[in-house]
Each structure stands twice: as C-alpha cells, then as structure tokens.
Write a protein that binds this ligand. Sequence first.
Ligand SMILES: Cc1cc2nc3c(=O)[nH]c(=O)nc-3n(C[C@H](O)[C@H](O)[C@H](O)COP(=O)(O)OP(=O)(O)OC[C@H]3O[C@@H](n4cnc5c(N)ncnc54)[C@H](O)[C@@H]3O)c2cc1C
Length: 411
Amino acid sequence: MTTTEAAPEIRSSIFSPEHEVLRASARAFIERELAPHADEWEEAGDFPDWVFERAGAQGFLGLSYPEEYGGQGGDYLSSLVLKEEMARCGSGSVGMALAVQSDMATPPILKYGTEEQKQRYLVPAIKGTRIACLAITEPEAGSDVANVQTTAVRDGSEWVINGRKIFITNGCRAHFCTLVARTDRGSIDDAVGPEGVKASSINPRKPSGYQGFSLFLVDTDTPGWQVAKRLKKLGMHASDTAEIVIEDCRVPANALLGEEGKGFYQIMWELQGERLAGAAGSVSGAQLMFDRALEYAKERHAFGKPIGANQAISHRLAEMATEIEAARQLVYDAAWRLTKGEYPVKEISMAKLYGGLVACRVANHAMQVFGGASYLMDVPIQRAWRDARLIRIGGGADEIMREIIAKTSGL
Ligand SMILES: Cc1cc2nc3c(=O)[nH]c(=O)nc-3n(C[C@H](O)[C@H](O)[C@H](O)COP(=O)(O)OP(=O)(O)OC[C@H]3O[C@@H](n4cnc5c(N)ncnc54)[C@H](O)[C@@H]3O)c2cc1C
C-alpha cells in the first residue's frame, strides 16, 4: 500500500533513541526513493536492480552486520526497525526482495562462512552490488525440507550439483545463491533437530532426515545453472520468483558453506531470522491497512453518516487494532530475546503464525470497509490483501508453525 502521509508513531521500550533516528532516516528514504515507484513496479511486474544498490549505499542491507564487512554494526532491533518501515514502500515485493538479501541469503555467510566467502559474497551483498537468493524449496520439498533431492557430489577438487529448485525469490536476477543440497544419503540419525523436533516425528518415512545436507554458495553464472521459468503469482508482482534447474553444475570445493553435513541445522537457524522478519513485515503492513481503513471509515458516508459510526464497523476496527497490537508485542518479545542472545524458536514461530493470521484478517476486514472501492486495481488495498496471504505459506506455513509450537511445548 502506498502511503506518504504521517501515520501514528510506533513506540516501544525495546527501541532506543538511536533506533528512532534510524527509523526516521529509513522512513525518509523509503518514502522518497521507493514509494513513488511502487505502482509502476507492480504494474511492470519487476523493479530495477538499483534498488539494491541504493539501499546498500544507505547502509540498509547491513544494519546488524559488523562494520568490518561494511555493515552498520547495529543490533537485531535495527533491522527490525527497517522491516517495520519497509511496509511504507507500498510494494511488498521490494520489502521481500531486500529481506531475502539481508535476512535470509546472507546471515549464514556471516555465521558459517570463511573469511574468503565473506569478502567475496557478504561484502558486495551488503553494498547491494551483488544480489543474493536463497534456494531451499524444491517441487517435492517445501514444508518437508528433509526431502530435498538436489545433490552435491564431490569430484576431486569440485562439487557437482544436480537438482531443481522452485519459488526462489530474486532467483531471476541473483548473482549468487545460498543453496541447500544433499551431500550424503547414507547416515541414519533420529536426533532431536534444531527446532526441538525429531525428524521422524515430522516425516516418519525418513528417520535420516537431519543428516547429510550441506549449504553451498553458487555463482549463478556457473555453467549448468539455469533459470527455467519466472513464475506468475497471485501477489508480490514486482518480485521475481524463479524455478531453477541445476545440471552438472561444477563449483569449487570452497563453495561449501560451513561444515559438510550440517546444512539442515544451519538452514533451520536461518529460518528463524526469516520468520521473524516476515512476522515484523506482516504486522507493519497490517498497521498501514488498518490506518487506511480507519481513515476511510471516517470519511465515507452512507445513510447520512460516516460508515465508521456504525457499531458493526467501529467494533470491527477496534478488534483489528487490538489484534495488530497483540501481534506486534509477540514480534517485539521474540526480537528482544534474540538481542539478549536467546534462540527463541517457539516465540518466533508464535510471532510468525499470529502475525500472518492477523495480517490476513486485517486485510480482509479492510477490504470490507472499503466496499466496492477495495476491488479496484488502482486502490492499493487489494494489493496489500493479495500480498499479505503469502506470509501464511512462505518460510514455513501456519501448520508447520503450529507443529513447532506444539513440539516445543512438549507435545
Ligand atoms: C512467492 C513465494 C516466494 C518464495 N520464496 C522462496 C525462496 O526465496 N526460497 C525458498 O527456498 N522457498 C521460497 N518459497 C517457498 C515456500 O517457503 C514454500 O512454498 C513453503 O515452505 C511451503 O512449501 P510447499 O509450497 O511445498 O507446500 P507443502 O509443503 O506441499 O504444503 C502444502 C500444505 O500442506 C501443509 N502441510 C505440510 N506438511 C504438513 C504437516 N506435517 N502437518 C500439517 N500440515 C502440513 C502445509 O502447511 C501447507 O498448508 C516461496 C514461496 C512463495 C509462494
């Protein structure tokens, strides 16, 4: 949703005055440089690569990365501030693409990468001069990550990768990819996984689920790497989503990211940041939809009075405001725990589950408040409604979040 007008300040004790300074500068950048193009980009079904470079030049792709790699050296809350402000861009696609760059594809490089990998991939990704994608999902492995079939087989000083990835955000334009592949089919392991869930309890067919996966950093101009298709989607039209075919793609031994055989644990760690970023974006998107609906409910008259004067509508708006605030506090609690060094899998799963449900409920109610106008393509509420639906599926669907919450509660 495009909005350049002032909205209520988001205040919480978790943010310092420095975070608020960052918020003001992020908001100014987003409203000045991105929001004016949102409609045009959604219409075109794409946005230009300079967005990454400008965001990088502002420091927004490395807010919580160390200064030695070109980051801003801030804490996790700094990147949370950006996630909240990004909703003002009016294009969920741009926020998602930038989040893939800074919160999904690159955190494993900082955590597990060698110095050489950090210089080659992380530093230009923070600058925005090299675009990244993250490839986990496959046609037969979405929720069931342990069913990944893409293989990486060692051949002398190289790895040979074969497989197929689907739904890969930034996949058409990326210069490199953080890829999950199977490096060992043999080992049997029913250890408790990184989310406190046994592999066999999620997938009884495959007790070996957690071992034998590794992460790789693959340059997308490597022979054998091919974007097979740009996928057409319900929403997030300006974001590119690729199907990728990988055939005898040879990468050097040092393309391995982190320890061989630990890829499943590493990607589950990555998913926590991805889920919290998604939850934060959903809540701030819901807030903007609410603000728009509230304003419309005061302005739009029917039967001689503002539609918001009807209790059916005012109570609905009251409920929306309450749910948004509850979802926001779940996000803040999980983010606070992360900054304190905890690994709050249950709280992150709750924030993503509830944030997604609230975003979709609010979008639905906002459509209703706008009546027929909501159904017009040049009124931004329909775009927000379409875009919001993704969070309940991508990065771990609602059902998977419930499963994790149940298992980490001892069920
Ligand atoms: C626009 C978009 C962008 C994306 N970007 C990326 C990306 O950049 N990189 C990437 O790797 N992936 C990406 N994804 C993939 C996304 O993460 C997956 O779609 C998601 O994890 C769900 O997997 P699936 O689509 O295979 O659904 P499935 O796993 O087939 O699930 C289908 C349904 O069954 C439910 N289900 C599955 N297992 C269970 C169970 N045990 N109990 C109860 N219910 C269950 C699911 O919750 C879901 O509702 C993207 C997806 C979309 C749509």
